[in-house]
Design a binder for this molecule. Structure first.
Ligand SMILES: Nc1ncnc2c1ncn2[C@@H]1O[C@H](COP(=O)(O)OP(=O)(O)OP(=O)(O)O)[C@@H](O)[C@H]1O
Ligand SMILES: [Mg+2]
Length: 345
């Protein structure tokens, strides 16, 4: 009687638990039972799950995760909060904590697994860390920018005075060059500062395709210099509230990365199209792709793998995208990388 009560209580808890739970036979790994939350997270119904195993449904596609899970089960007889990637029916990915214990069901040894979905928590943690870094960088930039700008302003002033002097007339060319270079440095600082600042953005109703058309000659010249090709394929996209200077910079930063990733002869494709009413900018290169080990660090200020890189290109893109309610994502393969910028409306 006491046992039956215990079983009833267990069954109730099992079914009602907000945590996805499953029971698998130890001998062959077959699912014996899952709860509603498990159906929900995986997207498989109980009948689709029946007679299957974790492996046959490819629920844990990462071989390392799968191996570690089995090792813990066999060696320690259980698992406590092991972080793994879980894949659902339609390929949706979750980061979950898996715990498992052996139990006896109908006289047979089984494994009871309990899952905690931490996908959202992970995402927020990552975002917070990124914002922290951006914030710190902004403060640093503001400090350094100020300290560098003041002496630069003095230098520029004196150069201008000297330039107009009789004695210096022969060196005008050099003075102009020096002033231009100073102005360039100054504009880099301005851009750098704008990244972290939440200044009001000057947005106008513009079309992405017009901005790309204006940039095309510049990009083509860039490509020719390094023996690479550019394809531009523009489909109709809705007008958007854009800051054209910032969008030009976003495009150039992504395009330059693509060019830098390719060997001579490589093709870079810039596309625009509409996907479910949303304007999308797609930039694909035929470079060597991005190593999975560093993919999480892409876009972190100062993260670079290039000798001459500052690692600010994509961080600036991220902040520009943020001000345009746009989202940057990427898909990388060993034969190239595609960046997507989706302008949510
Ligand atoms: N299309 C790409 N193909 C391969 N790797 C890329 C690509 N885009 C970015 N990366 C990687 O991401 C890193 C960061 O890019 P990001 O543009 O932020 O900085 P950077 O290009 O290194 O320097 P900067 O843009 O400041 O000159 C690069 O160093 C590179 O390793
Ligand atoms: Mg770059």
């Amino acid at each position: 009687m006491a046992l039956q009560m215990a079983e009833e209580r267990f069954a109730k808890m099992f079914n009602a638990s907000p945590n996805p739970m499953a029971i698998n036979r130890f001998r062959d790994g077959h699912f014996i039972s899952v709860n509603d939350s498990f159906e929900k997270i995986t997207g498989y119904s109980r009948s689709e799950i029946a007679d299957n195993t974790v492996a046959s449904l490819n629920l844990i596609p990462n071989p390392k995760d799968f191996h570690n899970m089995l090792k813990a089960l066999y060696k320690k007889g259980g698992i406590t909060n092991q972080e793994i990637s879980l894949q659902g029916k339609t390929g949706q990915q979750y980061v979950v904590l898996l715990s498992a214990e052996s139990i006896i069901v109908n006289g047979e040894k089984c494994i009871l697994s309990i899952i905690t979905d931490i996908t959202e928590r992970k995402r927020i943690e990552k975002e917070m860390a990124r914002l922290d870094r951006l914030n710190l960088m902004g403060q640093m930039a503001a400090g350094i920018g100020h300290e560098i700008r003041n002496p630069m302003t003095s230098i520029r002033g004196f150069l201008q005075i000297l330039m107009d002097k009789e004695d210096c007339i022969n060196y005008r060319k050099y003075f102009n060059l020096m002033i231009e270079e100073l102005d360039r440095a100054n504009s880099i600082i301005t851009e750098f500062l704008s990244m972290a600042k939440n200044k009001p953005n000057q947005l106008k109703l513009l079309n992405l395709n017009d901005i790309i058309n204006t940039l095309q000659p510049l990009i083509e010249a860039d490509a020719r210099n390094s023996n690479k090709n550019v394809n531009v394929q523009l489909e109709d996209v809705p007008d958007l509230m854009l800051n054209d200077k910032e969008i030009r910079q976003l495009i150039l930063n992504i395009v330059r990365n693509g060019m830098e990733a390719m060997l001579p002869g490589g093709n870079l494709t810039i596309r625009t199209f509409t996907d479910s009413g949303v304007a999308v900018l797609e930039i694909t290169d035929q470079g060597k792709g991005i190593d999975t080990a560093i993919i999480d660090q892409i876009g972190t200020p100062f993260f670079t793998t290039k000798e001459q890189g500052t690692g600010l290109g994509l961080a600036i893109c991220e902040s520009i995208a943020g001000r345009h309610n746009a989202d940057i994502s990427l898909v990388s393969r060993p034969d190239g990388t595609t960046f997507y910028v989706r302008f949510k409306t």
